[in-house]
Write a protein that binds this ligand. Structure first.
Ligand code: KMH
Ligand code: ZN
Length: 303
Protein backbone atom coordinates (compact mmCIF):
# COMPACT_ATOMS: atom_id res chain seq x y z
CA UNK A 1 0.00 0.00 0.00
CA UNK A 2 1.65 3.31 -1.04
CA UNK A 3 2.12 5.94 1.64
CA UNK A 4 -0.16 9.00 1.83
CA UNK A 5 0.30 11.45 -1.03
CA UNK A 6 2.38 14.52 -0.24
CA UNK A 7 0.61 17.38 -2.02
CA UNK A 8 2.76 20.41 -2.77
CA UNK A 9 1.07 23.63 -3.80
CA UNK A 10 2.99 26.36 -5.65
CA UNK A 11 0.69 29.38 -5.36
CA UNK A 12 2.31 31.99 -7.59
CA UNK A 13 5.72 31.21 -9.16
CA UNK A 14 7.53 33.67 -11.34
CA UNK A 15 6.22 32.98 -14.80
CA UNK A 16 2.52 33.75 -15.09
CA UNK A 17 1.74 37.44 -15.09
CA UNK A 18 -1.08 39.14 -13.18
CA UNK A 19 -3.23 39.98 -16.19
CA UNK A 20 -3.39 36.29 -17.15
CA UNK A 21 -5.62 35.51 -14.20
CA UNK A 22 -7.29 37.69 -11.55
CA UNK A 23 -6.78 34.79 -9.13
CA UNK A 24 -2.96 34.78 -9.24
CA UNK A 25 -1.73 35.88 -5.80
CA UNK A 26 0.73 38.74 -6.06
CA UNK A 27 0.94 40.80 -2.86
CA UNK A 28 2.33 39.32 0.37
CA UNK A 29 -1.19 39.32 1.80
CA UNK A 30 -2.56 37.42 -1.20
CA UNK A 31 0.33 34.95 -1.20
CA UNK A 32 -0.12 34.30 2.53
CA UNK A 33 -3.86 33.81 2.19
CA UNK A 34 -3.55 31.55 -0.85
CA UNK A 35 -0.95 29.44 0.97
CA UNK A 36 -2.99 29.02 4.12
CA UNK A 37 -6.11 28.12 2.13
CA UNK A 38 -4.11 25.59 0.11
CA UNK A 39 -2.78 24.04 3.32
CA UNK A 40 -6.31 23.85 4.74
CA UNK A 41 -7.41 22.11 1.54
CA UNK A 42 -4.72 19.44 1.96
CA UNK A 43 -1.35 20.71 0.78
CA UNK A 44 1.47 19.59 3.08
CA UNK A 45 4.15 21.68 1.34
CA UNK A 46 3.91 25.23 -0.02
CA UNK A 47 6.47 26.20 -2.68
CA UNK A 48 6.93 29.96 -2.63
CA UNK A 49 8.14 32.82 -4.80
CA UNK A 50 7.65 36.52 -4.10
CA UNK A 51 6.47 39.22 -6.43
CA UNK A 52 6.77 42.97 -6.53
CA UNK A 53 3.38 44.02 -5.12
CA UNK A 54 3.11 46.93 -7.58
CA UNK A 55 4.12 45.28 -10.85
CA UNK A 56 3.53 41.60 -10.04
CA UNK A 57 6.95 40.70 -11.42
CA UNK A 58 9.07 38.07 -9.66
CA UNK A 59 11.11 39.73 -6.96
CA UNK A 60 14.01 38.24 -4.95
CA UNK A 61 13.84 40.66 -1.98
CA UNK A 62 13.89 38.73 1.32
CA UNK A 63 11.82 41.49 2.94
CA UNK A 64 8.91 40.50 0.71
CA UNK A 65 9.21 36.83 1.73
CA UNK A 66 9.41 37.99 5.34
CA UNK A 67 6.01 39.60 4.93
CA UNK A 68 4.28 36.31 4.11
CA UNK A 69 6.36 33.48 5.58
CA UNK A 70 5.55 34.30 9.25
CA UNK A 71 1.86 34.71 8.42
CA UNK A 72 1.77 31.30 6.80
CA UNK A 73 3.57 29.62 9.68
CA UNK A 74 1.32 31.35 12.22
CA UNK A 75 -1.86 30.17 10.51
CA UNK A 76 -0.98 26.60 9.52
CA UNK A 77 1.76 24.01 9.93
CA UNK A 78 2.48 23.40 6.24
CA UNK A 79 6.10 22.92 5.23
CA UNK A 80 7.44 26.12 3.73
CA UNK A 81 9.57 25.66 0.62
CA UNK A 82 11.37 28.77 -0.67
CA UNK A 83 12.20 28.79 -4.36
CA UNK A 84 15.77 29.21 -5.54
CA UNK A 85 14.51 29.23 -9.13
CA UNK A 86 13.45 32.87 -8.76
CA UNK A 87 12.51 34.60 -11.99
CA UNK A 88 13.86 35.25 -15.43
CA UNK A 89 17.16 37.12 -15.47
CA UNK A 90 17.95 36.84 -11.75
CA UNK A 91 21.53 36.02 -10.80
CA UNK A 92 22.38 32.99 -8.67
CA UNK A 93 22.89 35.26 -5.66
CA UNK A 94 19.52 36.94 -6.18
CA UNK A 95 17.83 33.56 -6.52
CA UNK A 96 19.30 32.45 -3.19
CA UNK A 97 18.78 35.63 -1.19
CA UNK A 98 15.42 34.75 0.31
CA UNK A 99 16.36 31.20 1.29
CA UNK A 100 19.64 32.36 2.84
CA UNK A 101 17.78 35.06 4.79
CA UNK A 102 15.00 32.79 6.04
CA UNK A 103 16.64 29.32 6.46
CA UNK A 104 13.53 27.44 5.38
CA UNK A 105 12.89 23.76 5.99
CA UNK A 106 12.92 23.24 2.25
CA UNK A 107 14.09 25.07 -0.86
CA UNK A 108 13.80 24.17 -4.51
CA UNK A 109 16.95 23.19 -6.37
CA UNK A 110 16.79 22.95 -10.15
CA UNK A 111 19.14 20.12 -10.97
CA UNK A 112 20.38 21.20 -14.39
CA UNK A 113 20.36 23.92 -17.01
CA UNK A 114 17.77 24.05 -19.75
CA UNK A 115 16.23 26.29 -22.37
CA UNK A 116 13.14 27.33 -20.45
CA UNK A 117 10.57 28.09 -23.13
CA UNK A 118 8.10 30.57 -21.72
CA UNK A 119 7.49 32.32 -25.04
CA UNK A 120 4.88 29.88 -26.46
CA UNK A 121 2.73 30.55 -23.42
CA UNK A 122 3.20 34.33 -23.77
CA UNK A 123 2.23 34.12 -27.43
CA UNK A 124 -0.99 32.39 -26.46
CA UNK A 125 -1.99 34.93 -23.83
CA UNK A 126 -1.12 38.35 -25.33
CA UNK A 127 -2.16 40.00 -22.05
CA UNK A 128 1.43 39.72 -20.75
CA UNK A 129 2.03 42.93 -22.73
CA UNK A 130 0.31 44.81 -19.94
CA UNK A 131 2.82 43.43 -17.44
CA UNK A 132 6.17 43.52 -19.28
CA UNK A 133 7.94 45.61 -21.91
CA UNK A 134 7.69 44.32 -25.54
CA UNK A 135 11.34 43.15 -25.43
CA UNK A 136 10.37 40.55 -22.81
CA UNK A 137 9.15 38.10 -25.46
CA UNK A 138 12.52 38.14 -27.27
CA UNK A 139 14.35 37.82 -23.96
CA UNK A 140 12.44 34.65 -23.18
CA UNK A 141 13.45 33.12 -26.53
CA UNK A 142 17.09 33.62 -25.60
CA UNK A 143 16.74 32.45 -22.00
CA UNK A 144 18.79 29.62 -20.54
CA UNK A 145 17.77 28.61 -17.02
CA UNK A 146 21.31 28.28 -15.73
CA UNK A 147 21.99 25.60 -13.14
CA UNK A 148 25.56 24.52 -13.75
CA UNK A 149 27.46 21.98 -11.67
CA UNK A 150 29.15 24.90 -9.92
CA UNK A 151 25.71 26.37 -9.13
CA UNK A 152 24.46 23.04 -7.77
CA UNK A 153 27.52 22.65 -5.54
CA UNK A 154 27.20 26.20 -4.31
CA UNK A 155 23.50 25.84 -3.45
CA UNK A 156 23.69 22.49 -1.69
CA UNK A 157 26.68 23.62 0.37
CA UNK A 158 25.28 27.06 1.13
CA UNK A 159 21.74 26.05 2.08
CA UNK A 160 22.21 22.42 3.00
CA UNK A 161 25.09 23.24 5.36
CA UNK A 162 24.57 25.51 8.36
CA UNK A 163 20.97 26.36 7.32
CA UNK A 164 19.93 22.71 7.45
CA UNK A 165 17.60 23.33 4.51
CA UNK A 166 16.60 20.26 2.50
CA UNK A 167 15.62 20.28 -1.13
CA UNK A 168 12.86 19.81 -3.63
CA UNK A 169 15.13 18.55 -6.45
CA UNK A 170 13.41 19.73 -9.63
CA UNK A 171 14.28 17.42 -12.54
CA UNK A 172 13.07 18.50 -15.97
CA UNK A 173 14.65 15.69 -17.91
CA UNK A 174 16.44 12.39 -17.57
CA UNK A 175 19.90 13.94 -17.35
CA UNK A 176 18.86 15.89 -14.28
CA UNK A 177 18.35 12.62 -12.40
CA UNK A 178 21.98 11.77 -13.21
CA UNK A 179 23.06 15.23 -12.05
CA UNK A 180 21.36 14.49 -8.75
CA UNK A 181 23.12 11.11 -8.58
CA UNK A 182 26.39 12.98 -9.12
CA UNK A 183 25.61 15.32 -6.21
CA UNK A 184 24.95 12.28 -4.05
CA UNK A 185 28.22 10.66 -5.17
CA UNK A 186 30.11 13.76 -4.03
CA UNK A 187 28.78 13.15 -0.53
CA UNK A 188 27.23 16.61 -0.36
CA UNK A 189 23.64 15.56 0.32
CA UNK A 190 22.00 12.92 2.46
CA UNK A 191 18.84 10.87 1.86
CA UNK A 192 15.91 10.91 1.73
CA UNK A 193 15.86 12.91 -1.50
CA UNK A 194 12.66 14.63 -2.61
CA UNK A 195 12.64 14.42 -6.42
CA UNK A 196 10.16 16.66 -8.22
CA UNK A 197 9.83 15.47 -11.82
CA UNK A 198 8.74 18.32 -14.10
CA UNK A 199 6.95 17.72 -17.40
CA UNK A 200 5.63 19.95 -20.15
CA UNK A 201 8.12 22.82 -19.96
CA UNK A 202 9.45 23.48 -23.46
CA UNK A 203 13.14 22.63 -23.18
CA UNK A 204 12.52 19.75 -20.77
CA UNK A 205 10.75 16.40 -21.00
CA UNK A 206 7.37 16.63 -22.70
CA UNK A 207 4.17 15.72 -20.92
CA UNK A 208 4.02 12.19 -22.25
CA UNK A 209 3.19 9.34 -19.91
CA UNK A 210 6.06 7.31 -21.35
CA UNK A 211 8.47 10.00 -20.13
CA UNK A 212 6.98 9.87 -16.65
CA UNK A 213 7.23 6.09 -16.49
CA UNK A 214 10.79 6.11 -17.79
CA UNK A 215 11.97 8.85 -15.42
CA UNK A 216 10.38 6.97 -12.56
CA UNK A 217 12.06 3.72 -13.64
CA UNK A 218 15.48 5.38 -13.77
CA UNK A 219 14.92 7.23 -10.50
CA UNK A 220 14.11 3.90 -8.85
CA UNK A 221 17.39 2.47 -10.14
CA UNK A 222 19.44 5.48 -9.08
CA UNK A 223 17.87 6.28 -5.72
CA UNK A 224 16.07 3.08 -4.62
CA UNK A 225 14.75 3.39 -1.09
CA UNK A 226 16.50 6.71 -0.58
CA UNK A 227 13.96 8.95 -2.21
CA UNK A 228 10.40 10.21 -2.50
CA UNK A 229 9.16 11.11 -5.94
CA UNK A 230 6.68 13.75 -6.96
CA UNK A 231 5.32 15.00 -10.27
CA UNK A 232 4.31 18.37 -11.63
CA UNK A 233 3.26 19.19 -15.16
CA UNK A 234 2.82 22.61 -16.70
CA UNK A 235 -0.41 23.99 -18.10
CA UNK A 236 -3.19 21.68 -19.21
CA UNK A 237 -1.15 18.63 -18.26
CA UNK A 238 -1.19 19.52 -14.57
CA UNK A 239 -4.21 17.55 -13.35
CA UNK A 240 -3.76 14.52 -15.64
CA UNK A 241 -0.12 14.14 -14.62
CA UNK A 242 -0.81 14.70 -10.94
CA UNK A 243 -3.44 11.98 -11.25
CA UNK A 244 -0.99 9.62 -12.99
CA UNK A 245 1.53 10.22 -10.21
CA UNK A 246 -1.07 9.34 -7.61
CA UNK A 247 -2.02 6.20 -9.55
CA UNK A 248 1.61 5.10 -9.77
CA UNK A 249 2.23 5.57 -6.05
CA UNK A 250 3.99 8.94 -6.18
CA UNK A 251 3.44 12.41 -4.77
CA UNK A 252 2.34 15.47 -6.70
CA UNK A 253 2.37 19.23 -7.04
CA UNK A 254 -0.35 21.64 -8.16
CA UNK A 255 -0.75 25.40 -7.87
CA UNK A 256 -1.14 28.48 -10.05
CA UNK A 257 2.64 28.59 -10.61
CA UNK A 258 2.26 25.53 -12.83
CA UNK A 259 -1.21 26.06 -14.30
CA UNK A 260 -3.78 28.84 -14.07
CA UNK A 261 -6.57 26.42 -14.94
CA UNK A 262 -8.63 23.86 -13.10
CA UNK A 263 -10.25 22.26 -16.14
CA UNK A 264 -10.35 22.77 -19.89
CA UNK A 265 -10.86 26.49 -20.51
CA UNK A 266 -11.73 27.13 -16.86
CA UNK A 267 -9.49 29.38 -14.77
CA UNK A 268 -8.85 28.05 -11.28
CA UNK A 269 -10.66 30.33 -8.83
CA UNK A 270 -7.90 29.72 -6.29
CA UNK A 271 -4.95 27.55 -5.40
CA UNK A 272 -7.09 25.85 -2.77
CA UNK A 273 -9.57 24.82 -5.48
CA UNK A 274 -6.82 23.01 -7.36
CA UNK A 275 -5.67 21.30 -4.16
CA UNK A 276 -9.24 20.30 -3.29
CA UNK A 277 -9.75 18.90 -6.79
CA UNK A 278 -6.62 16.75 -6.79
CA UNK A 279 -7.30 15.70 -3.23
CA UNK A 280 -10.70 14.34 -4.20
CA UNK A 281 -9.13 12.49 -7.14
CA UNK A 282 -6.42 11.04 -4.86
CA UNK A 283 -9.02 9.90 -2.35
CA UNK A 284 -11.22 8.44 -5.05
CA UNK A 285 -8.22 6.33 -6.10
CA UNK A 286 -8.12 4.90 -2.58
CA UNK A 287 -5.09 6.87 -1.40
CA UNK A 288 -4.91 9.31 1.48
CA UNK A 289 -3.25 12.69 1.77
CA UNK A 290 -0.16 13.27 3.94
CA UNK A 291 -0.23 15.77 6.76
CA UNK A 292 2.65 18.24 7.10
CA UNK A 293 3.94 16.16 10.04
CA UNK A 294 4.05 13.05 7.82
CA UNK A 295 5.83 15.01 5.10
CA UNK A 296 8.39 16.27 7.63
CA UNK A 297 9.04 12.75 8.86
CA UNK A 298 9.33 11.17 5.42
CA UNK A 299 11.51 13.96 4.03
CA UNK A 300 13.58 14.29 7.23
CA UNK A 301 12.96 18.01 7.50
CA UNK A 302 14.25 20.01 10.42
CA UNK A 303 10.70 21.10 11.39
N1 KMH B 1 7.77 26.65 -12.38
C1 KMH B 1 8.36 25.36 -12.27
C2 KMH B 1 8.22 24.59 -13.55
C3 KMH B 1 11.72 26.89 -8.90
O1 KMH B 1 10.95 27.65 -8.34
O2 KMH B 1 12.77 26.51 -8.40
C4 KMH B 1 9.78 25.51 -11.90
C5 KMH B 1 10.09 25.89 -10.49
C6 KMH B 1 11.44 26.43 -10.30
O3 KMH B 1 9.33 25.68 -9.57
ZN1 ZN C 1 8.87 27.70 -8.43
Amino acid sequence: MPEPVIITCAPTGGIHTPTMSPHLPVTPEEIAQASVEAAEAGAAVIHLHARDPQTGRPDPRPELFQQFLPRISAACDAVVNVSTGGGLGMSREERLRAAVATSPEMASLNVGSLNFGIFPMLERYESWKHDWEPEFLEMTRDFVFKNTFADLEYIVKELGGSHGTRFEFECYDLGHLYNLAWLIDQGWIEPPFFVQMVFGVLGGAGADLDNLVHMHTIAEKLFGDDYEWSVLAAGRHQMPFATQAAMLGGNLRVGLEDSLFIGPGELAPSNAAQVAKIRSIVESLGRTVATPAEARRRLALKG
